[in-house]
Design a protein around this ligand. Structure first.
Ligand code: MG
Length: 158
């Protein structure tokens, strides 16, 4: 068994779609970035790659490469799972924490869990998604951005 941690931050921009864990959340602003800027999925991919000691998403999917412009992070997650699979690893479980003042994520938690589970090809009970605020403090508190952490356990396939 191997453990991995991932962390990501994106700046909010007015008028951008807010797609987190592959689910579009109603919001007047969303994370800005080269891809769809799905901050939680990016943290999850970095955790998977970290667990396998395979670098990070910047190495696998360079943001200088135009083919990744506005790409769905769920597609990148699928590719990441394939990459660790090629090394003989499968996901045991993942725990994702979204840190944001707004929008409100609680009504979408199970939808986000299912969306991640479907792409990875595991049961929903292996995927945890949580959301918290930072009580109005810092860059998430003043809504200039959104952060996400992910911790995963991967296992060698037998
Ligand atoms: Mg990112």
């Amino acid at each position: 068994m191997r453990i991995g941690h991932g962390y990501d931050v994106h700046r909010y921009k007015n008028g951008r779609k807010c797609v987190i864990c592959g689910v579009e959340i109603p919001s007047e602003f969303g994370p800005d970035g080269h891809s769809d800027a799905d901050v939680a999925t990016h943290a999850l991919m970095d955790a998977l790659l970290g667990a396998a000691a395979m670098g990070d998403i910047g190495k696998l999917f360079p943001d200088t490469d135009m083919k990744y412009k506005d790409i769905s992070s769920m597609y990148l997650l699928e590719k990441t799972v394939e990459a660790i699979g090629d090394k003989g690893y499968v996901l045991s479980n993942a725990d994702i924490t979204i840190v944001a003042q707004r929008p409100k994520f609680s009504p979408y938690i199970d939808k986000m869990r299912q969306s991640i589970a479907d792409v990875i090809g595991v049961d929903i009970d292996r995927i945890s998604v949580k959301a918290t605020t930072e009580e109005g403090l810092g860059f998430t508190g003043d809504m200039s951005g959104i952060a996400a952490h992910a911790v995963v356990l991967i296992e060698e396939r037998d």
